[in-house]
Write a protein that binds this ligand. Structure first.
Ligand SMILES: [Zn+2]
Length: 446
């Protein structure tokens, strides 16, 4: 027993998310940013500088999302009713082209505020081409654990000219940003090289992105096989399927996370499995853009590691891990029957499996002594969460972001009683309104 700790989470239903799916009533002790001790039945005679009540709530590893775009947050609710390629050309790329530095920062803060209050403690994030330091500054200040990178685009009909960059110049910029931020904030921030997708990058750029990431040991993050028109266009331009092409340019491997994987041929699934490439399942965005439903049970049966992500606010329109879990545990019944992906499977994808996708399993993803204290406390008292016993079903099928009570990242309480502690919500709301107005005005003038 530790007689002293920095923080005590008391009287919760602790769900460690270990492989054996056990849970118990108890306390979690936190010190120096780490989980010191997990106490079934409760810790006795402990003195803590801070005590968070978890009565009637589940204590979980913080949720992990393996594909989001916080920089797109100001376009939320402004790009409905479109399929992927129109969504990009007509709304999202003109929006990104119109963002100034303050717009990038405010969008990032909006996205991070929603993520943290919804229980997400770690993200793999996708930036735009400019002002990416502002995303890292926002993540550093608001307290989320983030791996992120500015994107790369050097080709693409209909793409705003300001987003099309010289490949080598954009790679030099990425390298400089990565050197500034990778490993900073006590290791909470990391860099990932992020070419947007095959259709927006020359072969030279894709190959150089892979080379840059491997030179520094950074992750690679891109999109693949989200939409049928995209897949057909890649084949028309390269003569290969999308995953064959990405494999040929070096964009497969255990350091690569590809968002979507909705339209894959069996040989592409085999390439993903053989190369240990990771997939991020984005069911909410795939449904809203009408892209399709990725065959996640099939990918998992081949041993492909799969995480969960909300993708961008303009194509979801929320960044809720609980919403994505609910969809993941429901949708695959259509193709594979109702036992295809259980509530426990979905909860694992947003915790333990997500940590493996991001190569952070030694640090986060389960509740055990020595791990970073990234923890999410979710109320089990809501009408949709009672009655019942199995916490995974109650959380995945009965929980919403509004049920998130407390959130810790590296032991720091960033959300307490549902309220952000690291930013003034009233001031942020004012800036969000002003930034969207200014960005929309620039979009209209372009
Ligand atoms: Zn995306």
């Amino acid at each position: 027993m530790n007689p002293e700790c920095d923080l005590l989470i008391r009287n919760g239903t602790v769900v460690p998310m270990e492989e054996d799916r056990h849970w118990f009533s108890g306390d979690v002790l936190v010190g120096d940013g780490r989980i010191l001790e997990v106490c079934p039945g409760g810790a006795h005679e402990v003195s803590a500088r801070c005590v968070l009540d978890a009565s009637g709530a589940a204590v979980l590893p913080g949720f992990i999302q393996c594909h989001v775009h916080v920089v797109q947050s100001l376009l939320r609710h402004q790009a409905d009713g479109l399929t992927l390629l129109d969504w990009l050309e007509l709304r999202t790329l003109p929006y990104e082209a119109s963002l100034d530095g303050d717009g990038v920062a405010t969008a990032a803060e909006l996205g991070i505020a929603e993520l943290l209050t919804g229980g997400t403690t770690t993200v793999l994030d996708f930036g735009t081409t400019h002002h990416h330091d502002r995303v890292f500054e926002s993540a550093e200040r608001l307290g989320i654990r983030m791996t992120s990178g500015r994107t790369h685009m050097d080709i693409g009909d209909g793409t705003p000219a300001v987003l099309l960059e010289d490949a080598d110049a954009s790679l030099a910029d990425a390298e400089a940003i990565g050197k500034r931020w990778n490993g900073s904030a006590a290791g909470r921030l990391r860099y990932a090289v992020a070419p947007r997708f095959a259709l927006s990058c020359s072969r030279h750029l894709l190959e150089e992105c892979a080379g840059l990431a491997r030179k520094h040991g950074w992750m690679l993050h891109s999109h693949a096989s989200e939409n049928k028109d995209e897949v057909a266009a890649v084949r028309a331009e390269t003569g290969m399927s999308n995953i064959e092409y990405l494999d040929a340019v070096g964009l497969t491997g255990r350091d690569v996370v590809l968002a979507h994987g909705v339209h894959l041929h069996p040989n592409e699934i085999q390439i993903l499995a053989d190369t240990r490439t990771r997939i991020c399942h984005c069911p909410g965005a795939n449904l809203k853009l009408g892209s399709g439903i990725a065959d996640i049970p099939e990918l998992r049966s081949h041993g492909v590691r799969v995480g969960l992500g909300a993708d961008g606010p303009p194509c979801n329109n929320r960044l809720s891990a609980l919403y994505e879990m609910s969809l993941a545990a429901t949708l695959h019944g259509l193709r594979s029957g109702p036992t295809a992906l259980s509530a426990w499977d979905a909860l694992a994808m947003a915790t333990r499996e997500g940590a493996r996708v991001l190569d952070l399993a030694d640090t986060i993803g389960t509740i055990s002594p020595g791990r970073a204290a990234d923890l999410t406390v979710v109320s089990l008292d809501s009408w949709s969460a009672i009655p019942g016993d199995d916490p995974a079903s109650r959380i995945v099928h009965g929980g919403t972001a509004a049920d998130v009570r407390h959130v810790l990242v590296n032991g720091r309480p960033v959300v307490v009683d549902g309220k952000l502690t690291t930013v003034d919500p009233t001031e942020l709301r004012i800036r969000i309104g002003e930034s969207w107005k200014a960005t929309r005005s620039r979009m209209e003038q372009a």
